[in-house]
Write a protein that binds this ligand. Structure first.
Ligand code: BGC
Length: 703
């Protein structure tokens, strides 16, 4: 924080009445047919969405900057002329829709995550938004939970790196620049632990697991300078996080030094009443403010109760001052006092540019994960006639996935058209979405590509499923196509890992496309016809069946581990214990051999270097994601069987060998112990350089 801002903020705070202060803490839903006098009276610090009568009427053809400028003009008519900050869910792109965050994570490419976030910031800011409610950085171990689509999967190391990249991409070095926006890391914290995968349910997380699995992405976002944090809906260990001072103030501010502001999730301040920790809205507001929630998203509990609570002495005015100070600080850092309005002409030149679309195409290609490729059926070649069937044949907006309110289907090349453009001239493509017709047509083609999966509304907020099987009717389509005896390639579009064990055993190839965004069709064409060799890797474990969840690679060893000699051990009697595909797994169009693992020393003193040779043993160039895992064999608490500690993507030519090396230092091996302290414990460690979390070359070192 520069010292220049603090005196300015103090001076402003000194002029504010209690009601004006409380107004800053209030965020209205701007789509609510908002009475603009409330803004003029200083009762709004922020508007969310902020649509209105001018939307789509101005120079910008979208949402639009003119509408936001109109509200801002009214805010500047208020007594103290404090600008509003406009917020929006810009989750995986704005008009240029990138793959869903879970798909982005599969690319394991922090640079691309940063570039995509920068595009999203540029486009959203051109439309008058200065604040995005993203990145969503919740660890998820249960794919029934619909919001698994919005995060980076199950691993804290990967999620932490991508959290920092997304924050940097949005905010840049200076969030006051017109094309940058304030990021909001959400939903702090533990939201992914909702019981049964049911959104909004409570969850229990032990302190070491909270510290070592769920909190690290947030600490990483704070270190990257994130301006704001959103508190989670979840009741965590008996306290809804919106009322949890130990986390929102103790950890965030006390331990990590976070200087931005915290916004509640939608109405979650007032919902403290339903949780049963507050008897009424006034108490709910007092609890949330005291916990460290600075801005109340849409519940109006702050607006309607805090003044009276200050008068009766149940809320100290100092708490209100502190919250206002944090909000003004971010508004100041975001340059809103100097530049409150958006230049609407930016929209015409800065949105949906060819460069942005190119990034989206590259991201979509890198996000797709090849899970099976029997007899190298992919890339498709030598088939004269190929039929494409399934519910995604004509897909456009369906490829966006959840949370893409600003994407437009008409900007998407339909999947069938994109595949036609990508296919070699002498390949005939037939598009037959409907099952009966496809069964007949299959007799006259040489291969079948099935493109199917979840509709976007089947994942995301409040879109949980009790079964991870393919949506109704889709397994039957796969059966029917396999029964034709033709080679079958299955492409799955989904917002979560689906339990496709049966289909994987049936078909020749499986490509997991997630929801790939605006360039999904061309990217799929690139992969199916061989212009791009798949390089995506799973950022989350794929279960064989729904009943296996939660299942994640960094679990602990029980006394009777999976596959142990012991007759009674961890298992299901009706299903193999291993996952269908492990975390980190993915194939390409070439193969790699790992050899010669070496360590610079058998003892870690400060650090140790681990190396291995990776050879491209196949016939074409390819990218390999070389992964580093460790295991702490004995600890004062049980330790995960593996933990990802590094990864490198290396491009290797056929026949070429690359030496890949990683440094392990002490800090990377520290963990939270039963007494709450964090540190390393001497002893023996295993280390792997590996193509995924279940294989690889193993070495050992000691501390
Ligand atoms: C979601 C948040 C979102 C907010 C504003 C809530 O329901 O949980 O992720 O940012 O709405 O739209």
């Amino acid at each position: 924080m520069t010292n220049l801002t603090e005196p300015y903020i103090d001076a402003l705070l000194g002029q504010m009445t209690l009601n004006e202060k409380i107004g800053q803490l209030n965020q209205y839903n701007g789509s609510d047919r908002l009475d603009t006098d409330l803004i003029r009276q200083g009762k709004a610090g922020s508007l969310l969405n902020a649509d209105g009568p001018l939307t789509g009427q101005g120079q910008s053809d979208s949402g639009s900057a003119e509408q936001r400028n109109y509200y801002q003009r009214i805010a500047l008519e208020s007594r103290l002329k404090i600008p509003l900050i406009f917020g929006r869910d810009v989750i995986h792109g704005y008009r240029t829709v990138f793959p869903i965050p879970l798909g982005q994570a599969a690319a394991f490419n922090p640079g691309l995550t940063e570039q995509a976030a920068a595009v999203a910031a540029k486009e959203a800011s051109a439309d008058g938004f200065k604040w995005a409610f993203s990145p969503m950085i919740d660890i998820a171990r249960d794919p029934r939970w619909g919001r698994v689509a919005e995060g980076s999967g199950e691993d804290p190391y990967l999620a932490s790196i991508l959290a920092a990249s997304a924050v940097r991409g949005m905010q840049g070095d200076d969030m006051a620049q017109p094309d940058r926006i304030v990021a909001c890391a959400k939903h702090f914290v533990g939201y992914g632990a909702a019981e049964g995968g049911r959104d909004y349910e409570g969850g229990e997380i032990s302190e070491p697991t909270l510290r070592d699995i769920y909190l690290p992405p947030y600490e990483s976002a704070v270190k990257a300078g994130v301006g704001t944090i959103m508190s989670a809906f979840i009741d965590l260990n008996g306290t809804p996080v919106t009322a949890e001072r130990r986390l929102l103030t103790g950890v965030l501010r006390g331990e990590w030094g976070f200087e931005g502001f915290v916004v509640s999730d939608w109405a979650s301040v007032a919902e403290l009443v339903q949780h049963g920790v507050a008897e009424d809205r006034a108490r709910a507001a007092a609890l949330a403010l005291h916990a460290g929630v600075d801005m109340d998203m849409v519940s109006k509990a702050y607006l309607e109760t805090l003044a009276a609570s200050v008068r009766t002495g149940s809320v100290p005015v100092e708490e209100i001052d502190e919250a206002v100070r944090r909000i003004l600080r971010i508004k100041q850092r975001a340059g809103l006092f100097d530049r409150p309005f958006t230049d609407p002409t930016r929209y015409t030149t800065e949105v949906l540019t060819p460069e942005s679309r190119q990034i989206a195409r590259q991201f979509a290609r890198e996000s797709m994960v090849l899970l099976k490729n029997r007899n190298d059926i992919l890339p498709l070649h030598g088939f004269r006639r190929i039929m494409v069937t399934g519910n995604y044949v004509h897909a456009r907006g369906e490829m966006f996935g959840t949370w893409s309110p600003d994407g437009r289907a008409e900007n998407v090349t339909p999947l069938d058209q994109a595949l036609k453009e990508a296919a070699p001239k002498d390949t005939e493509l037939w598009f037959v979405p409907e099952t009966d017709a496809a069964m007949k047509a299959a007799q006259r083609v040489d291969a079948v590509v099935i493109v199917l999966g979840e509709h976007p509304s089947r994942s995301g907020e409040n879109a949980n499923v009790s079964s991870l099987l393919l949506p109704p009717g889709q397994a039957e389509l796969v059966d029917a196509m396999v029964n034709t005896g033709k080679p079958v390639v299955l492409v799955v579009f989904a917002g979560r890992p689906l339990a496709i064990m049966h289909q994987v055993s049936q078909v020749d190839a499986v490509l997991y496309a997630w929801h790939p965004g605006i360039e999904g069709g061309p990217a799929l064409g690139d992969i199916l016809f061989g212009a791009y060799s798949p390089s995506g890797r799973l950022p989350i474990t794929f279960p064989r069946a729904t009943g296996q969840v939660p299942i994640y690679y960094n679990h602990k060893n029980p006394g009777r581990p999976i596959n142990s000699e012991q007759g009674f051990h961890s298992r299901y009697i009706d299903l193999q214990s291993s996952p269908l595909f492990p975390f980190g797994f993915g194939l390409g169009y070439t193969t790699f051999r790992y050899a010669n693992l070496t360590l610079s020393s058998q003892a870690l003193r400060g650090k140790v270097e681990v190396c291995a040779e990776v050879t491209n043993t196949g016939g074409r160039a390819g990218k390999e994601l070389v992964q580093l895992y460790v295991r702490d064999l004995v600890g004062s608490l049980t330790r995960p069987v593996r933990e990802l500690k590094g990864f490198q993507q290396v491009e290797i030519q056929p026949g070429e060998t690359r030496r890949v090396s990683f440094i392990i230092n002490e800090e990377m091996l520290a963990f939270t112990r039963g007494d709450g302290t964090k540190g390393i414990e001497p002893g023996c460690f295993h280390v792997w350089i590996a193509p995924d979390s279940s294989s690889g070359l193993r070495g050992e070192f000691e501390i």
